[in-house]
Design a protein around this ligand. Structure first.
Ligand SMILES: [Zn+2]
Length: 350
């Protein structure tokens, strides 16, 4: 009798779990295949794919990065009725040719070794997997989310604003990946659009708490791309590369000081770079409880930061792309969700 009772509770529990999981699964299935979406208020294109999801038999959970961050943001935007799955632009993965516009041939070769991939991910346990497994579970998702930055840039040039719910891998260098970054998505998007003759000059506004060392290195001697990085000075990467303009923040910097520094620098960035497109690397590891950094920003501060940068571009009629980059606290996804919600609300009210 008691066994029967326990079995009934168990089956009931399974049904509840299945019901709770089903809507999210359906929502994710709708953004699997590459396709066009619909710009919000004819001004904002959101780019995402369920194929961004990294999957390594749960080993991926050992990394401080919240592997579900992108999916959580997408699902919450839908569940709150801010967008529908049909609005989302679902990108193609980057091709080898596009990757080679920034990376070296030897870097592509290096991705055939599990040891190298594990090193780039800073996830040593990953080296035990065959390279084919890593290619499917890690490299392919990175190619998709990096393709999302190029797609967001193409749509920003049409409609004004593009947000990739992913991307921002600013530690990747031409010859190697680093700091959980494999492909240099932002430089690749810029190079591809330059080669197609669609843009000539670009400005990168890197607001992740870590310096954009990969991006700085790639564009070190390139007059066509201006790199600005505002980051905590005393943490990784050490030593740093030279951006065109670096602002080092002290540990403990809070909303007021941060937003004042950004407000004061933005006009100068546009004057110095005269860009055809701006790409924001909007990491939210500036949040006060981030385990990898020690700034003291609130969620509201992040919402204000992102809109400050986007509004500056809209006022000047310069297409702008936002990528999500880092953010390792349990609240990181929510801060970026709130920021995207705020951008959608502001765009709808224009
Ligand atoms: Zn970071």
């Amino acid at each position: 009798m008691r066994k029967k009772y326990i079995l009934r509770i168990f089956i009931f529990g399974l049904i509840i779990i299945a019901m709770a999981c089903k809507p999210s699964k359906l929502l994710l299935e709708k953004v699997g295949e590459p396709r066009d979406g619909m710009p919000i208020n004819n001004r904002l294109a959101l780019v995402y794919s369920s194929r961004y999801q990294i999957s390594l038999y749960k080993l991926e959970k050992l990394h401080p990065f919240d592997i579900n961050k992108y999916a959580r943001i997408y699902i919450q935007l839908i569940e709150d009725g801010l967008i529908s799955p049909e609005d989302i632009y679902v990108p193609e993965p980057l091709s080898d040719e596009q990757v080679l516009s920034v990376h070296t041939g030897s870097f592509l070769e290096s991705l055939k070794s599990s040891r190298n991939i594990a090193e780039y991910l800073e996830l040593p346990q990953a080296k035990v997997f065959p390279s084919k497994t890593l290619s499917r579970g890690v490299l392919r998702p990175f190619l998709c989310s990096s393709g999302g930055t190029l797609e967001a840039a193409r749509q920003a040039l049409k409609y004004g604003v593009g947000i990739n719910i992913g991307g921002g891998y600013h530690h990747a260098k031409p010859h190697k990946g680093e700091g959980f970054c494999i492909y240099a998505d932002v430089p690749i998007a810029i190079r591809v659009l330059q080669q197609e003759g669609i843009i000539s000059k670009a400005l990168i506004i890197d607001l992740d708490v870590h310096q954009g060392n990969g991006t700085a290195l790639i564009f070190e001697n390139d007059e066509t791309v201006f790199t600005f990085s505002m980051h905590q000075g005393d943490i990784y990467p050490i030593p740093k590369e030279n951006s065109d303009l670096d602002i080092e923040l002290r540990a403990g910097t809070g909303d007021y000081e941060y937003l004042e520094i950004l407000t004061n620098h933005l006009p100068r960035l546009f004057e110095l770079s005269k860009p055809d497109i701006v790409i924001i690397i909007g990491g939210c590891d500036i949040l006060h409880d981030d385990p990898l950094a020690s700034l003291n920003m609130t969620e509201d501060g992040i919402v204000k930061r992102d809109w400050l940068a986007i509004e500056a571009c809209l006022e000047r009629k310069i297409p702008v792309v936002m990528t999500l980059a880092g953010g390792y606290s349990e609240h990181a996804w929510h801060a970026q969700y709130s920021s995207i919600k705020n951008i959608i609300d502001n765009i709808n009210n224009m």
